[in-house]
Design a protein. Sequence first.
Length: 284
Amino acid sequence: MSISSQIEQIKERGRQTSAEAITWVIWLARLGYAAKGLVYMTIGALAVQAAIGSGGETTGPSGALSSLSNAPFGRILLGLVAVGLFGYALWRIVQAWVDPDNEGSDAAGIAKRIGYAISGLIYGGFGAEAVRIVWHGGGSSGSGNDQAAGWTARLMSQPFGIWLVGIVGVIVIGTGLYQFYRAYTAKFRLKLKLHEMSSHEQTWATRAGRIGFAARGVVYSLIGGFLVVAAMRSNPQEAGGIGKALQTLAQQPYGPWLLGLVAVGLVAYGFFAIVLARYRRIFF
């Protein structure tokens, strides 16, 4: 066999290996969207129950994972969710590094890709939390509020830490405003394989996406506000996650109504994430 033939065989094996790896990434990404959707639907469902006075609680992803573990066959379900969350984390890192969505290398594109990387780290942490619950049983290792306060305290302990916390808070508020923009423009439809969806499916996916992104806009804006207040008061205990955002809504005038509306929105976002699991465009 000639050297050129051997080189071609090596190249072909490399292409096959690459194609197999891409296939696995796509499947893990889709499983990840489904797992993310289930977590958001659980957060929203628990908050709806709290809003109508039928049990439930205002919690974030950690509390939702703990709740899922208490369902029938909960550990098996949570194990699958853990795989999905790790898959979603991997997909976010791929989005940041490989840029399959062609976000580009300008300022806006780099900002999005950095956001993808941060999201990947966060969801990797959620996956690790799910594994911990499956392995050891029991609830989450701490409330989302305690975890947010802990991370804020660590950041504040760094040089210029208070300024950093304030800047992160402003960025998170900006992320919240961007969620409202996505809800208004419905440009998220461009990420869907609309040609494979019926008109009925497109309508409901668009409605769920708009309601869901608006609800996320409320939650993100509140979380960012908590960080800004924490920086202004030099008090990391002012920070909080999704659970504190929902608690804050519940404590306002007409709190149960506000909480219920945002909770329904989070359920809608979870439903939209599951739509993404099936119909999202994923190209390399």
